[in-house]
Design a protein around this ligand. Structure first.
Ligand code: UD1
Ligand code: CA
Length: 464
């Protein structure tokens, strides 16, 4: 069966009271429209890209969605029927099934659309139209599905024009349909103008019934799937349901969450087995967490990769890379380009930016390491600062293996501290330190040489 999806997203969405187009508001780290596109792709498979009908803020939507969709433009929002009609020129000469859905129902699942399409496939010799409906006591302002005594679908009646009796109908129109293309194009042109001045797609249901077709319906089991977003209250509700789905997926995959209600995980995050996530933890963007980690409480991790068996307590990580067996926090901050090798320990109030800390290096308390390359088994004393910025430019600090940086050392970059060197407490290091040298003072000078590390060439020593 040849199938194409048309996603309606031209409406103005005044009730969001936002400069950002409604369908671009993020839900679990992805713009709302992404979910409709994804569900459509899941249902159709490797077919043609979905057609997005854009209108209000069309340029912003196009720019955000890019080549994930084809576009039809609806200059004036003259109703859902009119919106579908705008896609017709793109499908000239094409024949098949047209799946219609909205860009503001992000909870609708791909499987649901697939079931609808499958039902339509078995019915399409008797009906040009199959629709998704749901039973709900709360009408949510949806159109009602009117049936005759024999249960045949007669029409969809919009809430605004429904009689009191029709208003009591609990079967609702979800706004999701499969149409045979030839029938659709022929009948869209005949839609009457509603009293509201719009062309209602829903009027096609009555047309099909009047022509004697038995309109098929697929009843949705879970009404939350068709929660539409019209204002920020709906946005929060939908986000909550999405969050629950994501958390359930990871718990079933072997991740422990001590309080899923306060665990916030974006759509694209991945988490390894036997990792434990503690409350008020946010795993955002493209974050990947390994196995057997302990994350949180109170950690925010964005676009970062964490190895196995790491502990990250009350810390903030952005675009960082953390290898296995690292522990961070409480109150650590990794910024862009931070790379902590295996077994690094980073205690409270540390900040690392654009820097590599080698295996086994320890940075226990109150330090800033920026624009630095640090070797293995280095001890970074409390209060150490890489003075990487001279007011105009950033400079590199290099600390070789097995160095001991005394508490409260200031390393004025560019500077290199040779392997095994020691800086005394309170040193202000303004010149390179040779391997094995012991320096201290302000500015720091070489005071002696470690006996176990022979001195190197004179040239490499700082001037006296
Ligand atoms: C529509 C259905 C209603 C159904 C409900 C489910 C009609 C007439 N009514 O009502 O039976 O129960 O959906 O949510 O179809 N849009 C455009 N261009 C337009 C108008 C709308 O692109 O000219 C888009 C909107 O951006 C929105 C979607 O279509 O994403 C639905 O439009 P909306 O006006 O909200 O329809 P409902 O009143 O919800
Ligand atoms: Ca709506």
């Amino acid at each position: 069966m040849d199938t194409v999806a048309i996603i309606l997203a031209a409406g103005q969405s005044t009730r969001m009271r936002s400069r950002l187009p409604k369908v671009l508001h993020p839900i679990a780290g992805r713009p709302m429209i992404w979910y409709s596109l994804q569900a459509a792709r899941q249902a159709i498979g490797e077919g043609r890209r979905p057609i997005l009908v854009v209108g209000h803020a069309a340029d912003a939507v196009r720019a955000a969605v890019g080549d994930q969709a084809e576009y039809a433009y609806q200059a004036q929002q003259l109703g859902t029927g009119h919106a579908v009609m705008q896609a017709r020129p793109l499908l000239e000469g094409w024949q098949g099934t047209v799946l219609v859905l909205y860009g503001d129902m992000p909870l609708l699942r791909g499987e649901t659309l697939r079931s609808l399409l499958q039902l339509h496939e078995t019915q399409r010799s008797h009906t040009p139209l199959t629709m998704l409906t749901v039973e709900s006591q709360d009408s949510m302002g949806f159109g009602r599905v009117v049936r005759d005594e024999a249960g045949r679908v007669l029409a969809v009646v919009e809430e605004a024009v429904a009689t009191p009796e029709q208003k009591r109908i609990t079967e609702l129109n979800c706004g999701v349909y499969c149409f045979e293309s030839a029938w659709l194009w022929e009948h869209l042109g005949r839609l009457p103008l509603s009293p509201k001045g719009e062309y209602f797609l829903t009027d096609l249901v009555a047309m099909a019934a009047e022509e004697g077709y038995a309109v098929a319906t697929w009843k949705l089991a879970d009404v939350s799937e068709v929660l539409g977003v019209n204002n920020r209250l709906h946005l929060a509700q939908v986000e909550r349901v999405m969050r629950r789905r994501i958390n359930e997926r990871w718990m079933l995959a072997g991740v422990t969450m001590t309080d899923p209600e306060t665990t916030y995980i974006d759509m694209d995050v991945e988490i390894g087995q036997d990792t434990v996530i503690f409350p008020n933890t946010h795993l955002l963007g493209t974050t990947r967490i390994g196995e057997e980690c302990r994350i949180g409480p109170n950690s925010v991790i964005r676009d970062s990769t964490i190895g196995n068996r790491c502990t990250i307590l009350a810390s903030v990580l952005e675009s960082a890379l953390v290898e296995d067996d690292v522990d961070i926090g409480p109150f650590g901050h990794l910024r862009k380009g931070a790379h902590l090798a295996q077994g690094v320990h980073m205690g409270n109030f540390g900040e690392v930016k654009n820097a590599y800390l080698g295996p086994g290096t320890k940075m226990g308390h109150f330090s800033y390491i920026g624009d630095a390359q640090i070797g293995r088994n280095v001890n970074i004393g409390a209060g150490t600062i890489t003075c990487n910025f001279d007011g105009k430019r950033k400079h590199q600090t290099i600390i070789e293996d097995d160095v001991f940086i005394g508490s409260d050392s200031l390393l004025v970059a560019p500077v290199r501290v040779g392997a095994g060197a020691i800086t005394g407490a309170g040193s202000v290091v303004t010149h390179d330190v040779p391997p094995g040298a012991v320096v201290y003072g302000v500015p720091a000078r070489v005071r002696r040489q470690r006996e176990d590390i022979p001195p190197q060439d004179k040239e490499e020593e700082p001037p006296a």
